[in-house]
Design a protein around this ligand. Structure first.
Ligand SMILES: Cc1cc2nc3c(=O)[nH]c(=O)nc-3n(C[C@H](O)[C@H](O)[C@H](O)COP(=O)(O)OP(=O)(O)OC[C@H]3O[C@@H](n4cnc5c(N)ncnc54)[C@H](O)[C@@H]3O)c2cc1C
Length: 422
């Protein structure tokens, strides 16, 4: 590779459209996200990270760019991105600002899950008609008004891991529900216009059941909604993931993001829906590698033009980083390419493996980047130390934490459905 090719490499698309055989429209959309990440997100990332402020400016610009509606169907005024196209675009944004990409993921999922994903789920004719009518309401708010949705489901108990019913409960009442509960780590808290809350519908006297999970859009200004607590974490600081309290909040029936019972069906039949936290971290992995190459070549803005690439130890470290990056990208690309309803067991295990690999390797690459580049590279005026802190968060994210992925890969590799040991 010649010198000028290497220079361009640091700025190139993560997944070359020709090499990865991307469709033309898909590649165009991803390229749009990449340019937006470079021009809008990168210059603001350090300030939002330092101050732990939500990047509303980025979200306003994303509205103008059409990116808030990336997964809204074209017929509803959106860009109509598929699951894979979204993942690849999100990885490009994650390269330039992890916290914006992660927050954007929470917003986009409210359209992806109700859109392309729901289109592949079994629904009765009545459910489908109800769903189509209601989702149009949300899409109109997003595309027309730039409304921002978030996705708080974590509660600090076992529900976010998908093992028990959510403790946040919706009591059916005339015209809708009365919702009460608490959500922790509610990214976009205080900034979102609607909180896409997962809760358990529970009539008086009924037992809580995961089958009765409701997915509701709760207006941020509804009576009984409050955001409380501090937010001063290690990484992903600009997600502003504070605690959301819901006290007897009336939510009209039309705010249902999915018909009754359909969220449970989605979680069972479309498991890749939980892989959508990984693109941000795929982008951070690439960013750690790009930083290292740029730094060792003496090309990093804000640093003296000192080259360090001639040392064999640096060359070996970069080679190891590249091998790890290519392995991560290859597995992840395969997993996001085969996402669909009712995947095979092997595809689900591969999705867990991809999530585990991306989340663990993003941080491993960032740690190696610091060791390889050296002390001056971890000063706060450069992006690497933010990448290091942000990438630390990936393997903690429920429902597919790194631990839970290993747990499921091990168990499901050794046991077929229904098998037990005597
Ligand atoms: C930057 C950031 C942003 C976030 N944004 C959001 C958001 O927008 N919406 C949202 O809902 N959540 C969000 N989360 C929350 C996240 O998904 C976790 O719920 C949160 O980190 C709390 O996890 P915990 O480790 O304290 O959970 P705990 O439940 O205490 O789990 C601790 C660990 O135990 C393991 N564990 C948990 N349950 C089981 C089980 N059943 N079996 C075996 N092992 C288990 C897991 O590996 C887990 O890491 C965010 C987290 C971060 C770090």
């Amino acid at each position: 590779m010649r010198t000028h090719d290497l220079e361009r490499d640091g700025d190139a698309a993560m997944f070359d459209p020709a090499a990865f055989r991307l469709q033309h429209e898909e590649a165009e959309l991803i390229e749009r996200a990449r340019r937006f990440g470079q021009s809008a997100l990168a210059p603001r990332a350090a300030r939002h990270d330092r101050d732990a402020t939500f990047p509303l400016d980025n979200f306003r610009d994303m509205h103008a760019e059409g990116l808030l509606g990336i997964c809204v169907p074209i017929a509803d005024g959106g860009l109509g991105a598929s699951y894979r196209t979204y993942c690849l675009a999100a990885a490009e944004l994650g390269r330039y600002c992890g916290a914006t990409a992660l927050s954007w993921n929470m917003h986009v999922c409210s359209t992806l899950w109700t859109g392309a994903l729901a289109d592949e789920l079994m629904m009765t004719v009545e459910e489908r008609a109800e769903h189509d009518e209601r989702r149009r309401l949300h899409y109109k708010r997003i595309v027309g008004d730039g409304a921002i949705y978030s996705q708080p489901f974590s509660e600090g108990g076992a529900a976010a891991a998908g093992t028990v019913a959510f403790g946040t409960e919706a009591k059916p009442v005339e015209g809708g529900f009365r919702v009460s509960g608490k959500k922790i780590f509610a990214s976009l808290s205080g900034a979102a216009d609607y909180y896409g809350v997962l809760c358990t519908e529970r009539a008086v006297g009924a037992d809580p059941s995961r089958r009765n999970t409701l997915y509701l859009a709760i207006p941020a200004n509804a009576e009984g909604v409050a955001v409380v607590g501090d937010w001063d974490p290690l990484g992903m600081r600009a997600t502003v993931s504070r605690t959301l309290l819901l006290r007897d909040v009336f939510v009209p029936e039309d705010e249902m993001l999915m018909p009754r019972g359909v969220y449970f069906r989605a979680a069972t039949a479309w498991p890749h829906m939980f892989l959508t936290l990984s693109p941000t971290y795929m982008g951070l992995a690439q960013a750690a590698y790009d930083f290292t190459v740029g730094y060792l070549r003496g090309e990093m803005a804000g640093t003296p033009p000192v080259k360090r690439r001639m040392y064999p130890t640096k060359q070996i470290a970069v080679a190891e980083m590249r091998v790890m990056l290519e392995q991560t990208k290859a597995l992840w690309f395969q997993a996001i390419s085969e996402a669909r309803a009712n995947p095979t067991k092997a595809q689900v295990l591969r999705a867990y493996a991809a999530q585990y690999t991306v989340m663990e390797n993003a941080h491993a690459l960032a740690a190696k980047a610091i060791r390889t580049c050296g002390g001056q590279a971890m000063l706060k005026n450069l992006s690497l130390e933010r990448i290091y802190r942000d990438s630390r968060c990936g393997s903690l994210m429920l429902p597919w934490t790194a631990e839970l992925c290993l747990d499921r890969i091990g168990r499901d590799s050794l046991y077929e459905a229904g098998e037990k040991d005597d």
